[in-house]
Design a protein around this ligand. Structure first.
Ligand code: HEM
Length: 447
């Protein structure tokens, strides 16, 4: 296999694996912070039980997020030496600050995990606030590397030499702020919806255990509200991200929308498959003028199609499908949450039907699929460049990537994923919810 393909496959699969844990590592601490605050405001110890149980799950996920992130860091150096030479001189700043964010998270996480019971409610909230802050800051800082690759800035590139470097301009490159917000909001949404999924599943299973059902119902409603708010935020900000594609990465937008001819009144094509042979989108639903409107707030907006660019510089056309998956999932989740609250309102005390709970079990996995599709879209849509219009992928990759390594790492990730599931299931089986709820009752803390 070609060395560039092996490097891309190895790095891509490592990132795809790491991103699951990194995303939950941002979303779950935020949820723990919310329940700690609710516990303080309402005095309801169920929120304390949630904080305790979610923290255990989070600790296991963090145990994989840290080494898998380290693997990604090492692979960046080993698989992409050309790229590291370029970024080392330009975009090192956010990586350096990220080390501090990681320290912040790790130190306060240790305090929270080992001493939460001995802390006053206010100190507990402050502690978990810093855990959530450190985790979010890490994500927002690391995103700078990807945005720099999409919209490089802060240096001059002359005869293969990098000169006049301005690290802050490289950090705050044109797509940085919007992308950082997109990554953060989508992670908070996914963390919340992961909890919704578990709560919905448990509600289906605990019909004969009313006390446990009450607990799960609180977690369900809370996470659904937070997930719903974040999904609206993700979509609104995603619209801004798409407008920035129009401005700074027009080939990516053209491939995302399967637009070949440049035009005003450009159509938006929902679904379907962009066919590289016929240069059309097959089986899609076309909405006339909508792409121009979305990209530039006017039907007269001129949107550049792929024919304006040399074919060897086109991103792969499957990015149309990836973009549709991400946006489709985001839109579906917003409507689903809205629908759930309408059903609650209409059916009042009868609550939600079981088929809806079954559907809601899917919101966590669907959000994660959206995250994966978003990242693959952002990175594949930049092809054939590692750094947009500056460095091509083949100039960044090592010449000595090895197929054996790819097989070994894929097996390792599969094994790790299985172990994580087994550890989580075993832990929560050994520490049933009923025990935690009984402890609350014994201590006379129940409201
Ligand atoms: C609902 C409407 C949405 C729109 C219009 C939208 C738009 C975009 C755009 C234009 C990009 C590419 C940015 C770039 O390459 O420079 C992007 C990337 C991304 N999206 Fe979305 N998105 C939406 C929903 C979602 C949802 C629901 C998720 C997660 C569940 C998500 C997760 C991501 C991620 C992780 C990236 C890669 C990071 C980045 O480049 O910002 N997006 N999105």
């Amino acid at each position: 296999m070609d060395s560039v393909i092996i490097s891309r496959s190895l790095f891509g699969s490592s990132l795809a694996f790491h991103i699951i844990f990194a995303t939950l590592g941002v979303g779950i601490p935020f949820m723990i912070l919310i329940v700690e605050i609710l516990r303080k405001i309402t005095g309801d110890e169920d929120y304390g039980v949630m904080a305790k149980r979610w923290t255990k799950g989070f600790a296991v996920l963090l145990g994989v997020a840290i080494p898998s992130g380290t693997i990604v860091g090492v692979q960046m150096n080993l698989l992409w030496p050309g790229f590291m030479e370029l970024v080392g001189q330009t975009i090192a700043l956010p990586f350096q600050i990220e080390i501090y964010a990681f320290f912040l998270e790790a130190i306060f996480m240790s305090i929270y995990v080992y001493a939460a019971d001995r802390l006053s409610p206010n100190i507990r909230i402050i502690t978990v606030f810093f855990v959530a802050l450190g985790a979010s800051a890490s994500a927002v800082l690391i995103t700078a590397a990807n945005t720099f690759m999409n919209t490089p800035a802060g240096f001059t590139y002359e005869n293969g030499e990098i000169i006049d470097v301005d690290p802050w301009a490289a950090f705050f490159n044109p797509s940085y702020v919007t992308s950082a917000i997109h990554v953060l909001l989508s992670a908070l949404m996914t963390g919340a919806f992961a909890i919704t999924s578990v709560a919905a599943y448990k509600l289906l299973k605990t019909r004969n255990k009313p006390r446990e059902a009450i607990f799960h119902h609180k977690a369900f409603i809370l996470s659904l509200i937070i997930g719903g708010i974040m999904s609206v935020g993700t979509a609104v900000n995603g619209h801004q991200a798409a407008q920035e594609l129009h401005q700074y990465q027009p080939e990516k937008l053209a491939a995302a929308e399967g637009l070949f001819e440049s035009q005003t009144n450009a159509p938006l094509v929902l679904g379907g498959f962009a066919d590289p042979k016929t240069h059309t989108v097959k089986y899609g639903i076309e909405i006339p003028g909508m792409l121009s409107l979305l990209a530039g707030n006017s039907f007269d907006e001129y949107v550049r199609g792929l024919y304006e660019f040399p074919e060897e510089n086109w991103p792969p056309l499957y990015t149309h499908t990836l973009f549709n998956i991400m946006v489709g999932i985001g839109t579906f989740l917003i409507f689903l949450v809205g629908f759930v609250f309408v059903v609650y309102f209409v059916r009042k005390k009868k609550g939600l039907p079981r088929w809806l709970f079954r559907l809601l079990v899917l919101v966590g996995p669907l959000s994660m699929l959206g995250i994966e599709a978003g990242w693959v879209f952002s990175c594949s849509g930049r092809q054939p460049w590692t750094v947009y219009h500056i460095q091509r992928v083949e100039d960044a990759a090592t010449a000595s990537a090895n197929t054996m390594l790819l097989v070994l790492f894929l097996s390792l990730y599969l094994l790790l994923a299985i172990i994580v599931v087994i550890v989580l299931l075993a832990y929560f089986k050994r520490k049933p919810l009923a025990n935690d709820l009984n402890n609350v009752k014994r201590k006379g803390l129940e409201t």
